[in-house]
Structures are given as C-alpha cells and as structure tokens.
Ligand binder design. Structure first.
Ligand SMILES: Cc1cc2nc3c(=O)[nH]c(=O)nc-3n(C[C@H](O)[C@H](O)[C@H](O)COP(=O)(O)O)c2cc1C
Length: 202
C-alpha cells in the first residue's frame, strides 16, 4: 500500500477504536497509538501570538485523531532524541501529566510512546463545560514549579489552537471535577484545565 494511504488507513482504524459505538468502547488500560504529529506545519509564530485569545463557544464534534496527536504533542510531546519535551521542566524531572477528556472517557497522554491510555470511562465532558475536548494538566500540588510547568504547556496548546483556528479557554473553575478518580500519584492534582472546541475559524 502507498505510504500515505497506509497512514490514513491507520488513522481511520484508530479513530474507530477511539470513538467507537458505546458497546465497543475501549476498556480502562487500553493504549491507542496516535498518528505521528505534524511538526512541520502551522502558521508563523508571530501570527499565532497575535491571534492567541480565550473563546468560550467550545462545543463541536470530536476532533480528528491526527489533530489530537498534534495538539497533545504541542502540550507535552517529546521533541528530541534524548526524550526531552517541547516544554522545559525544572531539573528535567518532568513532574507533570497531560490528560484529555474525550467523548468516550479520560485518556492520559504517554508522550514517550506517542500514545494515549484510557484511565476513566464515560463521557465526563459534562462535568466540565461540554467542550469538544478538555485537557487536564496535573502536577504535584503545592510544589513551586508545578504552576510554571502547566503554564508552559497550556500556552503551547493555545498557540497551536491559534495556528489551527481552534477556539480554546484555560479554565480553573472545574479543575477539581474529577478529583480522586484519575489515579494520579499521591499529592498530585489537576491544577488547571483547557477546553477546546472543534469548529475551525480558518
Ligand atoms: C490561570 C487561568 C485561569 C483561568 N480560569 C478561567 C475560568 O475558570 N473560566 C474562564 O472562563 N476563563 C478562565 N481563564 C481565562 C481568562 O479569563 C482569560 O485569559 C482572560 O479573560 C484574558 O482573556 P484572553 O485570554 O482572551 O487574553 C483563566 C485564565 C488563566 C490564565
């Protein structure tokens, strides 16, 4: 099969796995490999900075799997062969996690494997603001660097959204909606969330 067709066939298969009918929903612990993120596209950085803003009309269908892959990569992807990330972390300890609330449950991003792992079943989006998807930024609560780390991450995602014309809003108001349900390490919490719509403005 031609390489491009092969990639698309893979993406479609993964999309079917991810957004399956209710009777075929992936069990907790299921790992889905994401398509390779598109790290060569996007609008010029200065144009994205100019367009970065909060928007609050965030509903819509599920975004495509290739787009989800690029969005997660912008937030906390690995960008070098030595395993370091698109955002800096103190002493490179990488004490942060990025999770995504989708229609069929909550998934943890596994940047080293370019994958997501299901950690909670059910459509939890109504516990937030019913956005198309919601990113959860988790880190050790009360540690000096935690807020700095998640701030770097949500700003990267906001710039990705500006590049793609996707509406987004960083929100503190529902950060505790899934407290105790996400199997985070002891002392870790979701510090902030970021709601994202799927309707492109350009
Ligand atoms: C740490 C943080 C927490 C925020 N929490 C909320 C929130 O709970 N609800 C909300 O609607 N917007 C929230 N916002 C978005 C701000 O209201 C928004 O950034 C501000 O009004 C400036 O608008 P702009 O982002 O378009 O420049 C938050 C932003 C940040 C950085």
């Amino acid at each position: 099969m031609h390489r491009r067709s092969f990639l698309w066939a893979g993406a479609v298969t993964l999309a079917l796995t991810l957004f399956a009918a209710p009777d075929r929903i992936a069990a907790n612990g299921t790992i889905v490999t994401l398509p390779v993120p598109d790290t060569s596209g996007g609008r010029p950085l200065m144009a994205c900075l100019k367009d970065r803003k909060s928007e609050r009309h965030l509903a819509g269908d599920d975004i495509s799997l290739p787009e989800l892959s690029s969005l997660l990569w912008a937030g906390f992807g690995v960008n070098r062969a030595d395993g370091r990330h698109v955002v800096p972390t103190a002493r490179n300890e990488q004490k942060v996690r990025l999770l995504v609330v989708l229609g069929d449950g909550v998934w943890q991003y596994l940047p080293e494997k370019n994958s997501i792992e299901k950690v909670l079943d059910g459509d939890q989006r109504r516990r937030f603001d019913n956005a198309s998807l919601i990113l959860l930024y988790a880190a050790p609560a009360g540690e000096l660097f935690s807020g700095m780390h998640v701030g770097s991450m949500y700003q990267n995602v906001a710039l990705y959204c500006a590049s793609e014309g996707l509406p987004n809003c960083v929100k503190y108001s529902h950060h505790d909606a899934l407290d105790g349900q996400l199997k985070l390490p002891k002392g870790w919490k979701v510090l902030i969330t970021q709601s994202i719509g799927s309707v492109h403005s350009h």
